[in-house]
Ligand binder design. Structure first.
Ligand SMILES: [Mg+2]
Length: 305
């Protein structure tokens, strides 16, 4: 693990560098507060920091304060080193955001023990961050397809509607519904139905531009948010999706299953809301189903207002 040592005293610096290296850490060593701050601002900055209190440029507590002002999910563990032994100094150092404090001249056993505490804290913090990221992913993604789930897809739609309004850009919303999906489940069984949904997500992803967003709306319904999309007769991302799905049978244990998709599309109008888009796209989807499925239908302009 990387560690930062900032101390203006050359002897102290060398000793700390040697000790930390001996303990299996990789120390970066600097001689003043500004240099310490610069290292700590780097991406992938050292997670363990030993800061001398009295240094030219910036003093240890000030480096600490600046560090703590930054928003990060993985703050470094900071130990202040100082010969100031007064209680009020200790309080000041901790108030500045230091995690711990050790008085010079330090006892090696104590230093080692305190660094050990820091390493355990950092490990705990990393574990928590991992769990939090995992939970955040689970809360926003569909387990089966790995796509954004309904809530995340609706949030993305809301965000893109706001952005399009702000930037006066185009935006299309497609609701994609697999045709006769119930038949797939009834004829081939639910595992095959799941395989179809997973394959559908994969095929559609292959048709998207980097900024298009596909999410699972529910069951066999998917939302496709296409920012900057302007409908063109017979073209565009939605037609591309329809064609790709129709041309890609899904291989399952029971054999290849051909599926098609119907898509209802609505384009954002000036002053339009995501709710208006959703209901206009939904109405267009009904028409696509009505007119024989395996097709893309566009909502009339006035509906999406
Ligand atoms: Mg000093």
């Amino acid at each position: 693990m990387r560690a930062l040592v900032a101390d203006d005293d050359v002897t102290s610096r060398r000793i700390l560098e040697a000790i930390l290296t001996k303990w299996g850490l990789e120390p970066t060593v600097v001689a003043d507060g500004l240099a310490a701050e610069a290292v700590l601002m780097e991406e992938d900055a050292p997670p363990l920091v030993l800061l001398d209190w009295n240094m030219p440029g910036l003093e240890g507590p000030e480096v600490c304060r600046r560090l703590r002002r930054r928003e990060t999910s993985s703050p470094p563990y900071v130990v202040l080193l100082t010969s100031r032994g007064e209680k009020s100094d200790i309080v000041r150092g901790l108030d500045a955001g230091a995690n711990d404090y050790i008085a010079k001249p330090y006892d090696l056993g104590e230093l080692r023990a305190r660094i050990g505490v820091g390493l355990r804290m950092l490990e705990l913090q990393a574990d928590l961050a991992r769990v939090r990221d995992e939970l955040a992913f689970q809360a926003t993604h569909d387990v089966l397809t790995g796509l954004p789930n309904r809530r995340a897809a609706l949030e993305a739609l809301e965000r893109e509607v706001s952005r399009a309004a702000r930037e006066k850009g185009a935006l299309s919303l497609g609701i994609c519904d697999l045709d006769h999906f119930k038949n797939v489940n009834d004829t081939w069984g639910h595992p095959a139905g799941d395989a179809v949904l997973v394959a559908f997500a994969k095929v559609v992803r292959g048709c998207l531009r980097p900024y298009d967003i596909l999410g699972r709306y529910g069951g066999e319904e998917f939302l496709l948010v296409a920012p900057g999309h302007r409908p063109t007769a017979g073209g565009g991302v939605f037609e591309r999706v329809r064609r790709a799905v129709a041309q890609t049978p899904v291989a399952t244990a029971g054999g290849a299953i051909s599926v098609t998709v119907s898509i209802g599309v609505a384009n954002l109008r000036a002053g339009g809301t995501s709710d208006a888009l959703l209901s206009a796209a939904d109405a267009a989807l009904y028409r696509a189903k009505d007119e024989g499925r395996n097709r893309v239908c566009y909502a009339p302009e006035e509906e999406a207002r």
